[in-house]
Design a protein around this ligand. Structure first.
Ligand code: IMP
Length: 182
């Protein structure tokens, strides 16, 4: 199905509110993992790229950064539920403290799949941090230990998050409102 272009974006979370929450999240993460020799921060591409960039700059723990890409919604606003790994980690995580960073936990399929995959590599500790959580949409019983904001069931864009690859560069997070759909 072709991506729609007839939509408006209504601000939901301001850039200032995001920055403040990222700072407090970093304090929670530092406190949880302390002391740690190194924290491997695994960004799930592509939606987490701005979040991870801001988050690691607020962390005081010694960090390494790696990336993993799982299949996403494509050009749709509906989850396919099938998760495929498109790009695996570059480094090894056995015996390491690992924090998976996701943009949004929606149905939960992506995070559940990725955590299972990484747990099999025997990290010392494995936790997840999601900028946004849509608990009302959950289909798999999973939650990130660290969450930035709980949001309602709406399709959002901005701060790295896209609709059909667009709007990642918005500094805030907004809800996509298709015209003619109330
Ligand atoms: P889940 O597997 O259903 O939890 O979906 C997780 C992934 O779906 C997220 O990492 C996003 O890439 C994508 N996603 C979920 N909700 C939204 C949204 O509102 N806007 C854009 N992408 C979304």
């Amino acid at each position: 199905m072709a991506a729609r272009t007839d939509y408006d974006i209504v601000e939901l979370i301001s850039a200032k509110a995001i920055a403040a929450r990222v700072e407090t999240l970093a304090r929670e993460i530092d406190a949880f993992f302390a002391p740690t020799e190194k924290l491997v921060v695994v960004g799930l591409l592509r939606g987490s790229f701005i979040f991870i960039a801001d988050l690691v700059r607020e962390l005081e723990s010694p960090v390494e950064v790696d990336f993993l890409e799982a299949s996403s919604y494509g050009d749709s606003t509906v989850s396919s539920r099938e998760v495929r790994i498109l790009k695996d980690l570059s480094g090894k995580i056995e015996g390491c403290d690992v924090l998976v960073v996701e943009d949004i936990v929606d149905t939960g399929h992506t995070l559940a799949h990725v955590l299972k995959l990484l747990a099999a590599r025997r990290p010392r500790r494995l936790e997840a941090c999601a900028l946004l959580d849509k608990p009302s949409r959950r289909e798999v019983e999973i939650s990130a230990r660290f969450t930035g904001f709980e949001i309602p069931d709406a399709f959002v864009v901005g701060y790295g998050i896209d609709y059909a690859q667009r709007n990642r560069n918005l500094p805030h997070i907004g809800v996509v409102r298709f015209r003619g759909e109330g």
